[in-house]
Design a protein around this ligand. Structure first.
Ligand code: FMN
Length: 167
């Protein structure tokens, strides 16, 4: 018996994830971007990350064809940016907070991290495509990251001193 998709999504909602806005520029020079929490580190050597994009998303075609993209890891006060880059049928860049960053791609100066990637591979992942990026530059900011869990945004709790010492 196939699993009830509601059981699957309910269980996955319990898994905390990062909140990123992934951006690129189309061949005609249009800025494109989407909010994604399916972002993960994949390999250290070579340095690879992955992010999964819905095949029905309006941005899908541009991202599977691009040779470069930028992952902006959102800071704890950037939930508004996350919602804006998840909204359909609007100009996600109209707020003017995206500035040219690595490779000249649109990025957030105040992101908690930015990873500029060349497209390593695009894999099939069911109803999503898996964008595998080779990390060309990595920028780390100072602010704490935004977290998505139980369909809400959260801030990470400070680590216990003993745990922080193990990092
Ligand atoms: C917190 C959050 C995380 C999301 N994560 C993903 C994701 O990992 N992959 C994805 O394809 N869409 C994700 N989405 C949805 C997209 O941001 C976007 O809403 C969807 O691609 C529809 O956009 P469209 O109007 O361009 O088709 C997420 C949305 C939110 C609010």
């Amino acid at each position: 018996m196939p699993i009830d998709p509601r059981d699957f999504t309910r269980a996955m909602a319990r898994v905390p994830g990062p909140v990123t806005v992934v951006t690129t520029v189309s061949p005609s020079g249009e800025r494109r971007g989407f909010t994604a929490s399916s972002f993960s580190s994949l390999s250290l050597d070579p340095p690879l990350i992955l992010v999964c994009l819905d095949k029905n998303a309006s941005t899908h075609e541009v991202f599977v064809d691009t040779d470069r993209f930028l992952v902006n890891v959102l800071a704890q006060d950037q939930s508004g940016v996350a919602l804006r880059f998840a909204a359909s049928g609007t100009d996600r860049f109209a707020a003017g907070d995206m500035v040219p960053c690595e490779f000249g791609l649109p990025g957030l100066a105040e992101a908690t991290a930015r990873l500029a990637c060349s497209t390593h591979e695009v894999l099939d992942g069911g109803d999503h495509s898996i964008l595998v990026g080779r990390v060309e530059t990595a920028h780390s900011g100072d602010s704490a990251p935004l977290v998505y869990c139980d369909r809400s945004f959260a801030r990470p709790a400070p680590a216990e001193p003993a745990l922080a010492a193990t990092r």
